[in-house]
Design a protein around this ligand. Structure first.
Ligand code: ADP
Ligand code: MG
Length: 259
C-alpha cells in the first residue's frame, strides 16, 4: 500500500512545489511508482510536469465535489513511473462549495483511497494556505513534509502550522506523522543560511532531514521546460539533493530498493 505524503507550509515561496516535483521524480527514478497530486489552484506542479493547466478540465477538486473517478484523470509524465493528478484554477471555488458538505475534511481521503494500492508513493502539493483543501490533504496523508526556506523569517508561521497538524491529529487523522522538516534554498556562502540551519536543527533536532536542498538555478529553471531537474540535469547539485532526499525517505520507510 502506498505512502501518502503532503508537502505543506502556508507560507508561499518556500519550495513546496519544487519539492513535490523533484522529490516525486527522484522517487520514480529510484523505481518507486509515484503519483503527484496537485492540490494548488496555481497549478505550478501541473505545468512544471509538462501539462497546460488551461487545457485541464478535471482536477482533484471535481473528484472531491462531483464524485468524478480520479483514475480517469491520472496523467502520464515524461518520467517513467511518475504520474500526475493535475490542477486548474477552479480549485479556488472548491473551498466555498465544500463548506456545507458533510465530512468535508475527508473528501480527499476517500478520493485517494481508490488509488493508494497502485502506487508506492503519493505526493500531495498543497497551496500556500491552511484552508479546507490543505486540511483535506493533511487528513488524507500518512505524513507531512514541511519545507523551510533558509532565509529571514524562516520559522515564521511554523508554530501555527504545527498547531494545525496537532489539531488534525486530534480530530481527523490520529496517524498523521511529520515525515520531516526540509531545509530549502540553502546557500553555503551566506551566513544567514548557515544560521537558519543551526537554528532549525537546534529547535527541531531529529525532525529535520539530513538532506539540505541547495539554492540551484536548474531547480528554478526546470518548470519552464515542463520537466523536473533530474530529466535534464541529472548530475546537478539540485537533482542530487532531491535524489538523496528520496533515498532518505525510502530508507526511513523501509522501501530501499536493492540493486
Ligand atoms: P512554493 O510552492 O512553496 O510556493 P516554489 O517551489 O514554487 O515554492 O518555489 C518558489 C520559487 O523559488 C520558485 O520560483 C522556485 O523555482 C524557486 N526555488 C524553489 N526551490 C529552489 C532552489 N532550491 N533553488 C533555487 N530556486 C528555488
Ligand atoms: Mg507551490
Amino acid at each position: 500500500m502506498g505512502k501518502i505524503i503532503a508537502i505543506a507550509n502556508q507560507k508561499g515561496g518556500v519550495g513546496k512545489t519544487t519539492t513535490a516535483m523533484n522529490l516525486a521524480a527522484s522517487l520514480a527514478v529510484l523505481e518507486h511508482k509515484t503519483l503527484v497530486i496537485d492540490a494548488d489552484p496555481q497549478a505550478n506542479t501541473t505545468s512544471g510536469l509538462g501539462h497546460d493547466p488551461k487545457t485541464i478540465e478535471t482536477s482533484i477538486y471535481e473528484c472531491m465535489v462531483e464524485g468524478i473517478d480520479v483514475k480517469s484523470i491520472v496523467s502520464k509524465t515524461e518520467i517513467e513511473n511518475l504520474y500526475l493528478v493535475p490542477s486548474h484554477i477552479d480549485l479556488v471555488g472548491a473551498e466555498v462549495e465544500m463548506i456545507n458538505m458533510e465530512n468535508r475534511e475527508e473528501k480527499m481521503k476517500s478520493v485517494i483511497a481508490d488509488l493508494k494500492d497502485e502506487y508506492d508513493f503519493i505526493i500531495i502539493d498543497c497551496s500556500p494556505s491552511l484552508g479546507l483543501i490543505t486540511i483535506n490533504a493533511l487528513t488524507a496523508a500518512n505524513s507531512v513534509i514541511i519545507p523551510v526556506q533558509c532565509e529571514y523569517f524562516a520559522l515564521e508561521g511554523l508554530g501555527k502550522l504545527l498547531n494545525t497538524i496537532k489539531i488534525i491529529q486530534t480530530r481527523l487523522n490520529p496517524d498523521l506523522e511529520i515525515e520531516g522538516i526540509l531545509l530549502t534554498m540553502y546557500d553555503v556562502r551566506l551566513r544567514l543560511s548557515n544560521q537558519v540551519v543551526e537554528e532549525v536543527r537546534l529547535h527541531f533536532k531529529n525532525m529535520v532531514f539530513d538532506t539540505i536542498i541547495p539554492r540551484n538555478v536548474k531547480l528554478s529553471e526546470s518548470p519552464s521546460y515542463g520537466l523536473p531537474a533530474i530529466a535534464f540535469d541529472a548530475e546537478g547539485k539540485g537533482s542530487i539533493a532531491y535524489l538523496n532526499l528520496a533515498g532518505e525517505i525510502a530508507q526511513k520507510n523501509g522501501l530501499q530498493k536493492v540493486n
